[in-house]
Design a protein around this ligand. Structure first.
Ligand code: DX5
Ligand code: ZN
Length: 214
């Protein structure tokens, strides 16, 4: 069953708690939280203090996408703030295996994200350690960008590489009712959607993504 993780990057930051409760009630499976540092990506969002403050607004898993470099030094803070899944970028830090190990040692699910230009081989030797691969289908930093179609082939290749391991394939960027079917057909089972969910009726928007995925 497809999981939808609305990205609160497109929510109204002035009422983040209420927005999270609203998107939970509208049918979100996970809450996707985009952490940006103005260094790894050309934008800044929020850090552990904000995550801690919004934790009580839902019981749904907090899916924390760290677009920060370095990341490893901050993993414990994000775990303590209430993250359930922590995703680091393969392009950040120098020791991906160590970052993954650190997330697992903190008792959290570990994800690894690949930018659009990063090859699938990058995750080959951490496959036995991770719970999720996040395929960026836009260059990270901003919501509302156009889906990069070359990433469909990457999703397929990752699915083959994963084999029978229990690893989620998550796709992030430009996912909406027009692109969702190709993403699911390629092999993704979790999708992030920001601008396609926040705006208008959230429940209708989530329903429309599910409907178009079949
Ligand atoms: C981009 C973020 C995404 C973003 C997706 O760097 O990682 O999660 O919010 O936004 P949409 O769904 O609007 O492309
Ligand atoms: Zn994201």
């Amino acid at each position: 069953m497809l999981k939808i993780a609305p990205s609160i990057l497109s929510a109204d930051f002035a009422k983040l708690g209420e927005e999270i409760t609203a998107v939970d009630k509208a049918g979100a499976d996970w809450i996707h939280i985009d952490v940006m540092d103005g260094h790894f990506v050309p934008n800044l969002t929020f850090g552990p203090c904000v995550i801690k403050a919004i934790r009580s607004y839902t019981d749904k898993p907090f899916d924390v996408h760290l677009m920060i470099d370095p990341a490893q030094a901050y993993l414990e803070e994000y775990a303590k703030a209430g993250a359930d899944i922590i995703t680091v970028h393969a392009e950040a830090d120098k020791h991906l295996h160590r970052s993954v190990q650190c997330i697992k040692d903190l008792g959290k699910k570990a994800g690894v994200s690949l930018n659009p230009a990063t090859p699938v081989n990058t995750v080959k030797y951490v496959l036995d350690e991770i719970d999720m691969i996040l395929v960026m289908s836009v260059n990270p930093g901003f919501g509302g960008q156009k889906f990069i179609t070359s990433q469909l082939e990457k999703i397929k290749r990752l699915k083959d590489m994963i084999g029978d391991r229990d690893i989620d394939i998550q796709v992030d960027g430009g996912v909406n009712p027009a692109t969702i079917k190709s993403v699911v057909d390629a092999g993704a089972n979790v999708v992030v959607a920001g601008s396609a969910v926040f705006g208008g009726n959230y429940a209708e928007n989530i329903k429309a993504i599910h409907a178009a995925s079949k």
